[in-house]
Design a binder for this molecule. Sequence first.
Ligand code: ATP
Ligand code: MN
Ligand code: MN
Length: 373
Amino acid sequence: QQDNESEDVFSVPNYACQRRTTLQNHNTVLTEALSILAENAELNEEDGRGIAFRRAEAVLKALPRAVRKLTELKGLPCLGEHSLRIIKDILEKGVSSEVEATKQSERYKALKLLTGIFGVGAKTADRWITMGIYNLQQLQSSGPTLNQAQQAGLEHYEDLNQPVTRAEADHIGEIVRRVVLCVLPGAQLTLIGGFRRGKPTGHDVDFLITHPEEGREVGLLPKVVSLLKSQGFLLYQKTTKNSYLESEDRPTQPSSNMDRFERCFSIFRLKSHQESAEVRGNGSESRPKSWRAVRVDLVVSPISQFAFALLGWTGSKLFERELRRWAGHEKAMSLSSHALYDTKQNSYLRAASEEEIFAHLDLEYIPPSERNA
Ligand code: ATP
Ligand code: MN
Ligand code: MN
């Protein structure tokens, strides 16, 4: 054991899933800079670079105070040459020219704007940029074919790029819970994603639905969706069936984060509360809009997989990625949102709670509020 207690040197473990990362970040200037570079890499589909910057960002988020000198970072994991150069520039000059140049670049701005449309990913945005489309006017006038998701995304662009508040998330939770219980008494609805980690706002609202009796959840989602639709709550929805089969799903790519649960990606029509409707109004000539569009994700899991689904959908994305990397590289196990598979014992490891999954993985339990890596 080496002495890392000396005052001026930080020490954090290698994997984000070994660390407690709260929402209290003492290094926002540095992490925002690295986040821009990570985002830029992701938007350009340079996945390796994106992950490297995200890992560096997460290490700085986990530090107990602000970084003052570069030498304090000696011995920290995940800080590559490139990330260290950015940190050095900001500590010495207050800004990083590379980050500033990225933020100003027409390509970055266009990729960010276009992928801000629900249903538009990096590939589509890149194709449109090649066609000379850099903003929403150009998109509307040059008219490439839009699928249904993208049409809805464009129509509700402004609303969907407004952060969702916790109050709005709770309001939607009440609506969804009422409908779920109407379709299947005894079903359980859990708020997941960023809000479960204690974030005050989010880009969407995520819910996990289950029933304490295995199998009762089958067929639930289409009924919930059609009831929500008939009550006027859905502006758009796409439901995907469950495609998970335990026998064939020994997860061979632990790095892939796609799962096979039955799910619904939707856009909700949420009536504004009186106050917020007034705040949003822009004067007396136009009546303020009485509702707003909000992205909502619904996921259904059988109770036998609930703990894995809960862990896998609570995030953060980097925390999830690091859990799977830890499982694969350190434990010869394969973790997904459905199951944990031990490749040495050739068997699945059952778990009824997140605590049990951490224990199987030989990790100290990290509660949701400390998974904000
Ligand atoms: P935000 O506040 O921006 O919504 P978030 O952490 O809730 O942040 P989401 O994109 O809503 O981010 O994702 C929530 C969690 O669900 C993440 O941990 C992510 O890994 C997981 N997730 C999202 N999409 C999928 C998917 N298609 N398959 C499996 N897991 C997913
Ligand atoms: Mn979310
Ligand atoms: Mn989501």
